[in-house]
Design a binder for this molecule. Structure first.
Ligand code: ZN
Length: 341
């Protein structure tokens, strides 16, 4: 009961990349880089275990960017043809690579890191992949012509990758779809279909993570424009509830999302964000407990999985460690309160 997990990413140690910087480049290369990534993953596996996180990740220590980490291994993308794009509906303008031919995955992308991680995580292991809609909002298209078509092409590649990772012993495959909170009409039109294609045939648990982004300035400013109540989920939850995806990861701690919206997910496990990633203040276990309790007013307790709002990557390492501990302790309080521990 109250199985704990995290959205995915954790800070890179200073030996691996510049701390407190999102998408910082590597400090090493070649075999030394692989060793350093493995060492960093090992640190975070241990930290999650110590904190009582039941479903662990490798902290995304093997990728710089949550979308490009996969795309860098896909053919059909021209990384020299960078196109300025207002991604997430113009929330930030960034130069993105361009799809210039049919996309193809010539070889498995994440198998080495998953083999390494699987052998070292004693409990359940989650692996995160970018969702097809979010990929299409992070890359320019000079080949497919329609975002929906490009999403389906990427979904097929993601599905091949996900099936291989499942075979390596991953317990939960999570697709990160922050774009679901931006293009709500497209979710019903083609986003959910593409996501289901990516998850097709998987027997392990499948999850979708839908947040309001990392705690960076662009996102903090965007959130200030969303009004007193954030109701983006209201449009997409009914579509998600009708899908075959098992778990939904949401931003709840310190957000303006009315918790009652989780009533629109009666058939899903809900990863309730109880840790704010946009604040350096470490939650107390009691604060975590209060978000869990609030979720339990709207969902059966067995479907509530305490989680972080989003990745902890941009935070100082020590703060992330304390936030993991607060998550574990808050879940323990929730179990105790119900006589389950
Ligand atoms: Zn997120």
């Amino acid at each position: 009961m109250f199985t704990t997990t995290i959205a995915g990413s954790l800070p890179k140690p200073a030996w691996l990349a510049e701390p407190e910087k999102l998408w910082a480049g590597w400090r090493l290369e070649g075999d030394a880089l692989v060793d350093a990534q493995r060492d960093a993953a090992l640190v975070w596996i241990r930290e999650q275990e110590d904190a009582g996180i039941d479903i662990a990740t490798n902290g995304e220590q093997f990728r710089v960017h949550f979308v490009h980490g996969f795309l860098q291994h896909v053919e059909g993308i021209d990384w020299n043809l960078m196109t300025p794009m207002g991604i997430r509906d113009n929330r930030y303008i960034v130069d993105v690579p361009t799809v210039t031919a049919a996309v193809r995955r010539p070889a498995p992308v994440h198998d080495d890191e998953v083999r390494y991680t699987r052998a070292r995580v004693r409990g359940k292991l989650k692996f995160t992949l970018p969702g097809p809609m979010t990929i299409c909002d992070t890359i320019a298209d000079a080949h497919y012509g329609r975002r929906a078509d490009m999403a389906m092409a990427f979904a097929a590649l993601l599905n091949d990758e996900a099936r291989e990772l499942e075979a390596l012993g991953v317990d939960v495959i999570q697709f990160d779809e922050p774009a679901f909170n931006v293009f709500m009409d497209d979710v019903a039109e083609w986003g959910m279909a593409a996501l289901e294609r990516a998850a097709d045939g998987l027997k392990c648990k499948t999850a979708v993570h839908i947040c309001y982004g990392y705690g960076i300035d662009e996102n903090v400013r965007w959130k200030q424009t969303l009004g007193a109540e954030w109701r983006q989920y209201e449009k997409t939850f009914p579509v998600i509830n009708d899908s075959r995806i098992d778990q939904v990861s949401l931003e709840c701690a310190n957000s303006h999302v009315p918790m009652s919206l989780i009533r629109l997910l009666p058939d899903k496990e809900i990863m309730v964000g109880v840790i704010d990633v946009a604040s350096r203040d470490v939650e107390t276990p009691e604060q975590v407990l209060s978000v869990i309790d609030e979720a339990c007013r709207h969902a059966d307790v067995e479907r509530v999985l305490p989680c972080t709002n989003c990745g902890l990557a941009p935070l100082p390492r020590s703060i992330a460690v304390h936030k993991l501990a607060a998550l574990g302790q808050g879940a323990r309080l929730a179990r105790k309160k119900r006589g389950l521990a």
